[in-house]
Design a protein around this ligand. Structure first.
Ligand code: PLP
Length: 408
């Protein structure tokens, strides 16, 4: 295998033109779009317009005139198309952590008499922390179990199973339809965290008969740092699920100023306070790019990039201390690849110094994201050559690469 092989794969890439839709600095290979997606070029113009015209000139009239008030559902409907949901099942709101709390808390009363929540040990920590807080608040039991014990723990006491579809570190993906069916057979609901799924390997929530889901806007959706998140409530649950954060934006008639709370009969019930219009405007630019990509092409190219990276690292960096973490089978994974290395933190810093930006996850994981809309197979080749050089020369042993930053 040589660089020409990678270039040949790029020549056949149906997503080749998408790279030009993003602003990426010269001289870097960005393998961290799974953590913070790069800025779409369209976002600058759109933000200028929101700031100057909608906010600056039209002021408060923009709530109606520019459709600000409907933005959470409008962008939610667009995201729905990326995750196999129907119009009216997704809204943009809050952060992933807050949405997880809202939906988990709302789900428990849907299974009266059941007080158990099950999740995976090693799930992204915010998910576990939020569930711990919720369990303490409402007197539920939380079981945090190793991956291979999770399904077996779902029993007739279990109200809710909470899983991250694509694992944040290993990229291992659950079989959403099979897990959902197994949980339903035991009478439990399932809440999926799609943070590493949306805009990447994707999913089909309604085909999987999913109940509830949440996910991030700032990763593969390119919504910008701290972008608002989204939530999904299957249509069949919307009338029954009561929002625990009963804010005025979730009221059936927010501007009627009724003295008591009355939830909206649809996904709007999951909104709480005033929507973050600037954040939603930026997120919409990222989502719009994804909607232009041919169906299936993003996942297919992502798998091709991940497969090439994995094969090249094993072929060209063999014996240099890297161990693949997570499944080799591309059908069972999302679009980042993790290799453990005893000096993982320093290795990632040394790579960043050479222009290859990935990230590090404790205790020893070097994580590389393969975002199909802007990466090429040739860049994968180049990244592996730099990785090989950094490992062979042991450049990562330089003391400056060991200094821990606040954000890793
Ligand atoms: C699986 C998963 N869930 C949630 C989050 C973060 O959620 P929040 O938007 O609340 O910070 C992340 C962030 O990396 C994540 O990987």
């Amino acid at each position: 295998m040589d660089r020409a092989h990678a270039e040949a794969l790029d020549a056949d890439d149906p997503l080749r033109a998408f790279r030009d839709l993003f602003d990426l600095p010269d001289g870097i290979i960005y393998l961290d779009g799974n953590s913070l997606g790069p800025i779409p070029k369209a976002t600058r113009g759109r933000m200028d317009d929101v700031l100057a015209r909608e906010w600056g000139h039209d002021l408060i009239t923009s709530w109606n005139k520019a459709g600000w008030i409907d933005a959470p559902q409008r962008v939610g409907d667009k995201i729905a198309r990326l995750i196999g949901a129907a119009p009216g099942e997704v809204a943009v709101a809050d952060s992933t952590s807050v949405n997880l709390f809202k939906l988990a808390a709302g789900a428990l009363p849907l299974r009266p008499g059941r007080r158990k929540i099950v999740t995976e040990a090693g799930n992204f920590h915010t998910d576990v922390y939020v569930l711990e807080g919720l369990a303490a608040l409402v007197g539920a039991t939380l079981e945090v179990l190793p991956r291979d014990q999770v399904l077996g723990a779902v029993d007739d006491e279990t109200a809710l199973l909470v899983l991250t579809h694509v694992h944040y570190a290993t990229a291992e993906a659950w079989d959403m339809a099979a897990v959902t069916a197994a949980a339903h057979a035991r009478g439990a609901l399932v809440l999926w965290d799609l943070s590493h799924t949306v805009g990447a390997a994707g999913c089909d929530l309604n085909r999987a008969d999913a109940d509830l889901a949440v996910g991030c806007g700032y990763k593969h959706l390119n919504g910008g740092p701290g972008a608002p998140a989204f939530l999904f409530v299957a249509e069949r649950h919307q009338a029954a699920i009561r929002p625990p954060l009963s804010g005025w934006m979730g009221h059936a008639a927010p501007f009627a100023f009724e003295p008591r709370y009355r939830p909206a009969p649809d996904i709007r019930a999951q909104l709480c306070g005033t929507p973050p219009i600037l954040g939603i405007a930026a997120l919409e630019c990222g989502v719009d790019i994804h909607l232009r990509a041919p169906a299936g092409a993003v996942a297919a190219k992502g798998r091709s990039l991940c497969e090439l990276f994995t094969r090249l690292v094993e072929a060209r960096c063999g014996g240099l201390g890297l161990t693949l973490v997570g499944p080799r089978d591309m059908a069972r994974r999302g679009l980042h690849v993790a290799f453990a290395h005893p000096d993982g933190y320093a290795l990632v810093q040394a790579l960043i110094a050479r222009g290859v930006i990935g990230d590090f996850r404790d205790p020893d994981i070097c994580r590389f994201g393969f975002t199909p809309l802007f990466l090429s197979h040739a860049e994968v080749w180049d990244a592996v050559e730099i990785l090989r050089d950094v490992l062979e020369t042991r450049a990562f042993e330089r003391p400056e690469f060991r200094v821990r930053a606040t954000v890793t």
